[in-house]
Write a protein that binds this ligand. Structure first.
Ligand SMILES: Nc1ncnc2c1ncn2[C@@H]1O[C@H](COP(=O)(O)OP(=O)(O)OP(=O)(O)O)[C@@H](O)[C@H]1O
Ligand SMILES: [Mg+2]
Length: 385
């Protein structure tokens, strides 16, 4: 859900609940859970329609229709899990999947880093003639951003200095990236995944714009991003608006789980059918968000008798609230005290806090109602400020 979340959940998976439950000692079971770092279900839940869309998009590229699919959804809803599942299926069927991610580093991040990450390791297993063939005539230029392509300097790390280049060199570099991806896609069916576009830097967005416009081979490009991070002036918005105008770009929205899916998510960790009231509690408090559901369940499992949220989850949630404008934070204090979505009209009547701007921001998300994901009757964001 955020940089914090990586250390909380870390993407690791719990050994299947049945495996954990074979250990009679509660202490051992707790250690196994702690080692896994999360109670993430080891089994995959739902998303049949979304996987179908991904496979259909992949098939379109294979009949000569290059496609880019933007996988959009709120933080923690399950974008990475969905795309990883799809990537596994493609790899099992013999396809090539390259994955790179944007990271929340702000200034100082290396240009093109998601693409570089995706292409790293490319030279492994290729002899020098084959590599030269694949990389093409602009090898020296590409090696400035991907040093492993330079036989003399293969161990070097890319650095900012090597990437400072004139506009014409940058144009050639984009062409070189395009040529490399096209030659790769000619060798085997291929998917390029760039994750977390909401953190992309300018250079990555420029390169992606160029690639999406110019790719002419059987290559499916998947771009994931958080819808709730894209505030009005977010630099990714114009990029997405530009993509939207292309017929070759489609969007796949990943929604929250329904109650049954949350039950299935918990099932993997409980090792059987979870109790109906547990499912109800987790579903209500998480609103169907997979990450929140897992973290809340972890808290319940650890017999966290306190009505408060576990600190890990509290930090993640508060870091998202604290960057909001003051009036929105004030409004959230009220919304958080309600045990579910609040109608805008009621909210407008209930206090003097919601300014027209704030209500507009709420309305942009949902036309009629406003909700805070973890309604906690005894604790609101204001308690922790
Ligand atoms: N379909 C699913 N089946 C089982 N577990 C899932 C599923 N979708 C998500 N999860 C679990 O929920 C958690 C959050 O999912 P994921 O990391 O994919 O979210 P995300 O949308 O990529 O979040 P972020 O915006 O932070 O990157 C993970 O622990 C993941 O394993
Ligand atoms: Mg993700």
């Amino acid at each position: 859900m955020s940089g914090d979340r990586r250390t909380v959940a870390g993407g690791k998976e719990l050994p299947p609940a049945t495996a954990v439950n074979q250990f009679p000692s509660e202490a051992v079971r707790r250690i196994l859970v702690a080692m896994a770092g999360t109670v993430a279900a080891s089994h995959f839940v739902g998303r049949a329609a979304e996987l179908h869309r991904l496979h259909a998009a992949f098939e379109s590229t294979r009949v000569g229709d290059p496609v880019t699919l933007c996988v959009a959804g709120e933080a923690g809803v399950g974008k990475t899990r969905l795309v990883t599942r799809f990537a596994d299926q493609i790899r099992q069927a013999g396809g090539l999947v390259l994955i790179g991610g944007c990271i929340e580093l702000g200034e100082g991040s290396l240009p093109y880093s998601p693409l570089i990450q995706a292409l790293r390791g490319l030279s492994r297993g290729l002899d020098s003639a084959d590599l030269a063939d694949l990389v093409g005539p602009d090898r020296a230029l590409l090696a400035r951003v991907l040093p492993e392509l330079d036989p003399a300097d293969g161990a070097a790390e890319p650095n900012s200095a090597s990437m400072i280049m004139s506009a014409s060199s940058q144009g050639r570099l984009f062409e070189a990236f395009l040529g490399l991806l096209e030659r790769l896609a000619e060798r085997s069916p291929m998917v390029l995944v760039i994750e977390d576009l909401h953190w992309a830097d300018r250079s990555t967005l420029d390169l992606l714009t160029f690639l999406v416009r110019n790719l002419r081979v059987a290559l499916l490009v998947i771009l994931t991003y958080r819808t709730d991070d894209l505030h009005r002036r977010h630099p990714v918005r114009p990029f997405l608006a530009e993509l939207d105008r292309s017929e070759r770009v489609d969007r796949l929205d990943v929604d929250r789980f329904d109650r049954d899916e949350i039950a299935q998510l918990l099932q993997g960790s409980v090792g059987g059918s979870p109790a109906a009231d547990l499912v109800e509690q987790i579903f209500r408090r998480s609103g169907g968000n997979a990450f929140l559901a897992e973290e809340l369940f972890a808290a319940v499992r650890e017999r966290n008798a306190s009505p408060n949220l576990p600190p890990s989850l509290e930090n993640v949630l508060l870091s998202r609230v604290q960057v909001l404008p003051e009036d929105t934070q004030a409004t959230l204090h009220i919304v958080a005290a309600a045990s579910g979505p609040v109608e805008h009209q009621l909210l407008a009547r209930s206090a003097t806090f919601p300014s027209p701007n704030c209500l507009l921001r709420c309305a942009a998300r949902s036309p009629t109602r406003c909700s805070f994901p973890i309604p906690t009757p005894r604790r609101t964001p204001s308690d922790t400020r």
